[in-house]
Design a protein around this ligand. Structure first.
Ligand code: HEM
Length: 507
């Protein structure tokens, strides 16, 4: 009797596979085991593992996570087929069970399937948060926070052993995003936190860890009952995350009835959304979901790029020197830079691009899902398959990039390569219908943080550490790829002391 259940499950799986085989010509890939598929053969950095498999099986491969089929493409031509030629059929999202519950089945933007809801919500975000006018209006927030970061690093830079660069970057991006989205700053490094701040930070940190992830059980329909064992945990998190936003929404609604608010106040995203809620017919769940989307998508991606860039600059001192020369020539040493200087700093922009090429923060983009049967080349992608684009592999493809592993920003002065989804060789923000709507904001953040860090400091390693010892492997806890070992570096000031003090702006 005890064997009966596993045997019948095996039979169902085998029957399913047999049923699939003749109908579809699937891309090749590693041999899947019954029930588990390939899931236990995937190494810690899946994008590296998929790259290795692509070398063996070809640029489009099938990988089974339990009974879920993943199609992974690893060349620029195939990325174009997925994100441009067949974009319409491949723009749904694969949501795990936690994301499904937290977003009430995709009522937000990131986890929404492609369709009228996605189109509407993207339009709202594009107009209200990411339009050139909104980005420009919020520039003082970004500059204020970047100046605060420089001040804190200056304060701490005498520590002989250097400092953990990520701590400062995490602080600045978190403050920028929360101020842009919620109009609020949730405390800062080394300062006492009030209860609301520590609760908000705890909820945001739990979001990053995926709250609850069931591993293999996510991909095996008959193991999904395990989700119910974790239901209490997810319900609790859902209530905590709602509790952060709902009172702000209520506050706004009450205030809105009386006064229009200060005329010159910088409009933050929650405010803008609630003002337009009726016009766009947005439910409270959608507003709540969008706020968390922005916090989640915005807080890690840019800091990841800057940390990698600083590591590369320490390993490549000639590049750092060239960046310092450009900054000294364009800005000089009697003022700090600001975002308006960026167009005059082409080499700095090339450094940021090169960091995004070698270390794309989301190496497999976000998981797309086929909403219809699609043919790519000789192969079928059945409806419901998860589709991943290995942009990490494309960005290191020697057929496209000469000397691909070298950190050489000059490659972008020799040829101009678009980074925002028009050139399929370089896709850190994706392309097509699901391209990152925050791409320009992300680029501004990376360029601005990097520019300030370089203008104000010379970066080196703690005494006794050699550049070759920096751990250049990734940690891939969810969708993003951090440096596996947080970078410890020594900043040495290179400008007059008065330029390290943040001038508080009234906003
Ligand atoms: C260097 C910084 C950033 C990088 C590399 C990046 C990268 C990406 C990528 C690869 C995607 C998925 C594309 C796909 O599915 O094909 C994405 C989606 C998204 N990003 Fe970004 N991003 C960055 C910054 C930001 C910022 C600052 C925000 C907002 C504050 C943001 C908001 C979003 C949203 C809302 C989506 C979902 C779009 C959709 O599903 O339609 N991103 N991003």
């Amino acid at each position: 009797m005890s064997l009966l259940i596993p045997l019948s499950l095996l039979f169902v799986f085998a029957a399913y596979k047999l049923y699939q085989q003749p109908r579809y010509k699937l891309p090749p890939g590693p041999h899947p085991w019954p029930i588990i598929g390939n899931i236990f053969s995937i190494k810690t950095q899946p994008f590296r593992c998929f790259d290795e498999w692509s070398r063996c099986y070809g640029p489009i491969i099938s990988v089974w996570f339990g009974s879920s089929l993943n199609i992974i493409v690893s060349t620029a031509e195939l990325a174009e087929k997925v994100l441009k030629e067949n974009d319409h059929q491949l723009a749904n999202r694969h949501r795990n069970m936690t994301a499904t519950q937290l977003t009430k089945g995709g009522k937000d933007l990131i986890w929404a399937d492609y369709g009228p809801h996605h189109i509407k919500v993207r339009k709202v975000c594009t107009l209200e948060l990411f339009s050139p006018k909104s980005l420009e209006a919020q520039r003082p927030i970004r500059e204020d926070e970047v100046a605060a970061m420089i001040q804190s690093i200056f304060k701490d830079c005498t520590r002989g052993n250097g400092l953990l660069v990520r701590d400062y970057l995490r602080e600045v991006t978190f403050n920028i995003i929360t101020r842009m989205v919620l109009g609020k700053r949730f405390a800062s490094l080394g300062r006492e936190m009030d209860e609301q701040t520590s609760e908000f930070r705890a909820v945001a940190a739990a979001e990053q860890m995926g709250v609850v992830y069931l591993g293999l059980a996510e991909y095996i329909p008959w193991l999904r009952w395990m989700f119910w064992l974790k239901k209490k945990e997810i319900n609790k998190h859902e209530a905590r995350r709602d509790q952060q936003i709902r009172p702000l929404m209520e506050e706004h609604k009450l205030a809105g009835k009386g006064s229009p608010g200060p005329v010159n106040a910088v409009k933050y995203f929650l405010n803008a959304l609630l003002t337009q809620q009726d016009k766009y017919d947005l439910s409270d769940d959608t507003v709540n979901g969008l706020i968390w989307d922005m916090v989640n998508a915005g807080k890690d991606t840019s800091l990841i790029s800057v940390e990698w860039a600083i590591a590369e600059l320490i390993r490549n001192p000639d590049v750092q020197l060239k960046a310092h020369e450009e900054l000294d020539r364009v800005i000089g040493s009697d003022r700090a830079m600001n975002e308006l200087d960026l167009p005059n700093l082409p080499y700095l922009q090339c450094i940021a691009k090169e960091a995004l090429r070698l270390h794309p923060p989301t190496p497999l983009l976000l998981p797309h899902k086929a909403n219809a049967d699609v043919k790519i080349g000789r192969y079928d992608i059945p409806r419901g398959s998860i589709v991943l684009v290995n942009v990490w592999a494309i960005c290191r493809d020697p057929a496209i990039w000469p000397d691909p592993l070298a950190f050489r920003p000059e490659r972008f002065t020799e040829q101009d390569v678009d980074v925002k989804g028009h050139d399929f060789r370089l896709l850190p923000f994706g392309a097509g219908r699901r391209v990152c709507p925050g791409a320009q904001l992300g680029i501004n953040l990376v360029n601005s943080m990097l520019g300030h860090l370089l203008h104000h400091f010379n970066w080196s390693l703690p005494r006794g550490t050699k550049p070759g010892e920096i751990d250049m492997m990734e940690e891939h806890p969810g969708l993003v790829a951090y440096m596996r070992t947080p970078l410890q570096a020594v900043p040495s000031p290179r400008l007059p002391a008065n330029l390290y003090k943040q001038n508080k702006k009234d906003m």
